[in-house]
Design a binder for this molecule. Structure first.
Ligand SMILES: NC(=O)c1ccc[n+]([C@@H]2O[C@H](COP(=O)([O-])OP(=O)(O)OC[C@H]3O[C@@H](n4cnc5c(N)ncnc54)[C@H](O)[C@@H]3O)[C@@H](O)[C@H]2O)c1
Length: 293
């Protein structure tokens, strides 16, 4: 008979699949908390870039007094960079953070599920794909869970922990406790389009875009209203530029489709137009605002 999933205290080694913005942040946080990390990407150059960015972010944490100078090399030494997926067989827990494409995630998760030990738990950092759908792509749907970290991972305290229809209580509890061990605050959420974070945030951004499109106010004015009037640290349009307008549009489309075409999730035509024009926000140099290259 198969034993239950990993208990939180038995977890020593964590695999992180994908070493981009989120994967590198997730690897950083696990290594800082003493875990051995196996960081996997498809090309060595992405892994080198990730390690460099983790080093820079650790320097920032040293300046803030969160990490000491002598700890830095020890933290970095806990991160093993690999391109061979078979290496993750040693992991007790794995977090997938590859690009937000259903077919790619299905493929990576199915393969990782086969390689991991039976008691290991597999988590996905997807922002919008159904955890229940992704669970079905693995051979371990009961040991599969959503672990939605926020960007930048070393800084943001929240992790939305999402249970699918198939997630076992034990795997869910282990994941919640693991977030606490990382110094994060986990919030339990059931699988539903956009979970809580994006279901609430994206319609706010979308509505802010409607205000600009209809000439109610400029982007600067909309952001000022939300910052000074609602105490938001960033205005919704500034935040949209930071997230990427293409990502915002994709998530609005996921919400619209996931809620059966409900008009309240209709993407703002201005957002669609800006994405079509390649004005994707900070990463492309122009979105609601213009950025220095
Ligand atoms: N960026 C954010 O603000 C944010 C926030 C929360 C959640 N997410 C989610 O996190 C996930 C990753 O997003 P990101 O912004 O880090 O993307 P990214 O493009 O910065 O990084 C993805 C990395 O995965 C690598 N990759 C591609 N195929 C792979 C494979 N088969 N195996 C291993 N690595 C592979 C790529 O080379 C790249 O380095 C997505 O699901 C996204 O929706 C993103």
């Amino acid at each position: 008979m198969m034993q239950g999933p990993m208990t939180v205290d038995a977890i020593r080694t964590v695999a992180v699949l994908g070493s981009g913005t989120m994967g590198s942040g997730i690897a950083h946080v696990f290594a800082r908390c003493g875990y051995a990390v196996i960081l996997r990407d498809i090309d060595k150059r992405f892994l080198d870039r990730a390690l460099e960015s983790i080093g820079k972010n650790l320097d920032r944490e040293i300046k803030k007094g969160k990490v000491t100078e002598p700890e830095k090399p020890r933290i970095l030494a806990r991160i093993e960079l690999v391109t061979d997926l078979a290496t993750i067989a040693r992991a007790d827990f794995a977090v997938e953070a590859v690009p937000e494409r259903l077919e790619l995630k299905r493929e990576v998760l199915a393969e990782a599920g086969r390689i991991l030990r039976p008691e290991a738990i597999l988590a996905t950092n997807t922002s919008s794909i159904s955890i229940t759908t992704l669970a079905a792509a693995t051979c371990r749907p009961d040991r599969f869970v959503g672990m939605h970290f926020m960007n930048p991972v070393p800084v943001m305290p929240l992790v939305e922990v999402i249970r699918s229809k198939q997630t076992s209580d034990a795997a869910f509890e282990t994941t919640m406790r693991l977030c606490e061990k990382l110094g994060k605050t986990p919030v339990a959420v059931n699988d539903s389009p956009g979970f809580v974070s994006n279901r609430v945030l994206m319609p706010l951004i979308n509505e802010a875009a409607f205000c600009v499109m209809e000439g109610v106010a400029t982007a600067e004015s909309v952001d000022t209203v939300m910052k000074l009037g609602m105490n938001h640290p960033m205005g919704p349009l500034e935040l949209a530029d930071f997230i990427g307008l293409d990502v915002c549009l994709d998530i609005m489309e996921v919400l619209q489709k996931g809620f059966g075409g409900d008009a309240k999730y209709r993407p703002c035509p201005l957002l669609q137009e800006m994405v079509a024009a390649g004005r994707l926000g900070k990463k492309s140099g122009r979105g609601f605002y213009v950025y220095e290259k």
